[in-house]
Design a protein around this ligand. Sequence first.
Ligand SMILES: *Cc1c(COP(=O)(O)O)cnc(C)c1O
Length: 453
Amino acid sequence: MKTKKIILPDSKMPTHYYNIVGDMKNKPLQPLHPATKKPITIEQLSGIFAEELAKQELSTERYIEIPEEVQQLYRIYRCTPMVRAYGLEKALDTPAKIYFKNESVSPIGSHKTNTAIPQAYYNSKQGIKHLTTETGAGQWGSAMSMATQHFGIDLKVFMVKVSFNQKPYRKLMMNTYGADVIASPSNTTAAGRAALAKDPNDSGSLGIAISEAVEMAMQHPEDTRYCLGSVLNHVVLHQTIIGEESLKQMEMFGDYPDVVIGCFGGGSNFGGIGFPFVRENLINGKKTRVIAIEPQSCPKLTRGEFQYDFGDTAGLTPLLPMYTLGHNFHPSDIHAGGLRYHGAGSIVSQLLKDKLIEAQAIPQLETLAAGVLFARTEGIIPAPESAHAIAGAIREAKRAKEEGIAKTIVFNLSGHGQVDLYAYEQYLSGKLKDTTISDAELRRTIDELEKII
Ligand SMILES: *Cc1c(COP(=O)(O)O)cnc(C)c1O
């Protein structure tokens, strides 16, 4: 019988996260303090994040040990399977071999738990009692709700209003784990009130929700911190467990990828699977193409500008060097809520600038068609976010067929779509449309940025 999937035994599980900054010739530019515009210090970052996470954010150490307790909790669902997509290959009639890393097997259904667990852990070690965060599609809020309840930390989640209304089951998951969920923009913060004053029907964005969560955390520095589910270096760092496992699993398959693909919101699942393979390119002479797939309606990597920008709308977060559409960019209400974010993490941005990774934008209808094909051939209904990675893999597999090359493609299935069926309902009933953005529209929010570089 053909091998369908490989799972590592506990004895072979990675014990360290990989920090690609240690191997980058051009390091990412430093984050700046939002007020002074000087490089931010660990001490300043520690006012918002747990100190250990602030240290990781600025670290250049190549490897960082995964704490015992975190490794133990990972065992609830890790190692996640590396699966050969025979069904998809057959449907595409391609000579390419397609594999996917199945991060949807985590208790909340996506890769977000990989960083939620260590973030809750480091905060609890420091004696933090309350955390605040935001969530787009609800995956991050669910993951953080699960992790904080394990460590006895209380959590407030600002949920982007469009998702709050579209995804009541995500909210209920968070409530079940014990978290408090607030639709953003809300009346509970100055940032939320400012957004509502501008537009009372504002459907929200990750940028506004982050402002609300950061603002609330900063009011109680003695026992409250904020946490973020993507973009930042320490978040991507925790996600590298995906790529480290994948390297070993591909070795056990006796194969090695020519192409590695991840969908792209802020860069955490993409960097998580991709960076260990970029390392092999940088230091072991491998030549894998590592490709980020973003939605056509939120094209920061393919049409954004490399600039310092805030992570949020109100400008409370550090200024990060990133490919960005401007923090006032308001993405259309596409169903891949986790990808509706204006900027990209600073490591990914530097790697893209240096052409060490690639990026492509794909329209919504193509991604949902890919999601449906994947569900029908591999049995898993993917998250609309993950469907972007599948669509990217399908494009590569079709090209392999045209060129008659048997290349090996690995993509990250960042999550399942069982709580996102509304998107499929809209797609199957023909109600979804592709949206395009004019250059003028994109320029408007990019030109508003203060040019620091
Ligand atoms: C949050 C999320 C994403 C996007 O975030 P990244 O940090 O870019 O990975 C992608 N897929 C799923 C399933 C998500 O929950």
